[in-house]
Design a protein around this ligand. Structure first.
Ligand SMILES: Nc1ncnc2c1ncn2[C@@H]1O[C@H](COP(=O)(O)OP(=O)(O)OP(=O)(O)O)[C@@H](O)[C@H]1O
Ligand SMILES: [Mg+2]
Length: 414
């Protein structure tokens, strides 16, 4: 396109109806200035077209959430930085209703303008991400004037997304927990009915059923125990343990405690710990429980590998900080990569039937993650399907005077 074409295009553009333009100029306080750009302010110098706009812009600039100020005719006077993430095409001087297309919001702006009362609405945005907002549209009368220009609308927004997510998680959690409890409960009720009715005088059946009932009741008790432990650990998540703890005895205690299960499953447990103490600030019971779950998992789901290695070692984080690592390595079927990121979610199981058959509730790895997080560490999981899996607890080692920590440990143990 040549410069001439450009000129021709401009000539052919229908002129803006002049009465509308004049009215608009009056509204934004620029009446009679022929050298402007048609009354529309560019995006960058926000809030300069309206008397007091600079003050309004500075004030809402200090608000943490999105805020937009409109004039009586719903044109944008000013907006803050946070508002641009909500409505990227906002422009000072332009009608807000073009940019803010959510019908609930448009209605609220209209109602607030008409009734001069604060309106609250909730709306949902799908693009670019699912987000929920609540918006308040508050009519404000600027001091020192009682004309139309003094009546402005202040719009503020709260992002309700985190709150909604927590609500969804809570609902999911209750649904999962109830489902897990209902299964053994239904089995118990079924057996009680059978024992009261058809099997009333059948001694052999009674013995068998009582055994199963005990198993189911134990499973329910375990589920409740695990849920309570999880919520206790979560409650204390912000309190890092402060007692020095040598990890080698923890590892040995867990391995010894699971020897019977290992024998039953025909699996050999190999333990490797360093000769010198490896001391972290830790909660002994919590770490034992977490490690027990990792070793128990290896014995339950990877018995086919016939061997489980538990290795305690001193290492360094990627940032060069000292850490202790407790690795539980098995040689079983391994875990497909798509499951790895979700394994530490509550109730997540690769094979629900297999886990249930083993008395599992799917809370074990969630507990491990929470325990390790509370200790300021992290859990890593690696697996090659067909070649086993490795679960590692990374726990930060104190960086201060190590000797001092040992002294405290020695004292606390005497
Ligand atoms: N070493 C492993 N090899 C293969 N799969 C594993 C291994 N460890 C865990 N898994 C899979 O991860 C799932 C989640 O484990 P998690 O410990 O959280 O729950 P669970 O063992 O099923 O129940 P719970 O620990 O509450 O008894 C298991 O159900 C299993 O499918
Ligand atoms: Mg488990």
């Amino acid at each position: 396109m040549t410069a001439d074409d450009n000129q021709r295009d401009k000539d052919q553009t229908p002129p803006r109806p002049s009465r509308l333009r004049d009215a608009w100029r009056v509204l934004i306080g620029r009446a009679g200035n022929g050298s402007d750009n048609g009354g529309l302010a560019p995006a960058a110098p926000r809030g300069i077209e309206y008397p007091q706009a600079a003050l309004i812009g500075a004030l809402i600039g200090g608000l943490p959430g999105p805020a937009i100020v409109l004039d009586r005719d719903a044109r944008v006077i000013a907006y803050n930085e946070a508002a641009t993430s909500l409505a990227p095409t906002l422009r000072v001087g332009e009608p807000a209703l073009i940019t803010l297309r959510m019908p609930e919001l448009v209605d609220a702006i209209r109602r607030a303008g008409l009734r001069r009362e604060r309106q609250r609405v909730e709306f949902f945005e799908r693009v670019p991400l699912d987000r929920w907002f609540e918006a308040f549209v508050t009519p404000v009368m600027l001091p020192g004037g009682n004309d139309a220009r003094s009546q402005i609308l202040l719009m503020t927004f709260n992002d309700l997304t985190p709150l909604r997510r927590v609500e969804e998680m809570r609902a999911d959690f209750i649904a999962n927990a109830s489902h897990e409890l209902r299964t053994p409960l239904a089995a118990l009720l079924g057996f009680i009915e059978t024992l009261q009715g058809p099997a009333k005088n059948d001694v052999a059946a009674r013995e068998k059923f009582l055994g199963i009932m005990q198993q189911q009741a134990t499973r329910m008790a375990r589920l409740i125990d695990d849920l309570l432990s999880l919520s206790r650990i979560e409650l204390n998540a912000h309190l890092q343990p402060s007692t020095p703890l040598d990890l080698a005895p923890v590892v040995r205690q867990v391995a010894d405690g699971l020897l019977t299960l290992a024998r039953d499953r025909d699996v050999e447990i190999k333990v490797a710990v360093p000769s010198e103490p490896l001391i972290v600030y830790g909660d002994r019971d919590e770490l034992i429980r977490a490690l027990e779950n990792l070793v128990e998992n290896a014995l339950k789901y990877a018995a086919a590998g016939k061997r489980v290695d538990i290795t305690l070692s001193r290492a360094q984080t990627r940032a060069g900080m000292p850490e202790a690592r407790i690795a539980v390595r098995d040689y079983g079927p391994g875990i497909a990569p798509e499951h790895l990121p979700r394994l530490t979610e509550r109730f997540y199981r690769v094979d629900v039937a297999d886990s249930r058959a083993q008395g599992g509730t799917g809370l074990g790895l969630a507990l491990v993650k929470h325990v390790v997080n509370r200790h300021g560490g992290r859990v890593s999981i690696e697996s090659t399907p067909g070649a086993g899996a490795s679960f590692v607890m990374h726990l930060p080692l104190p960086t201060g005077n190590f000797g001092e920590t040992r002294d405290t440990l020695d004292k606390s143990m005497t």
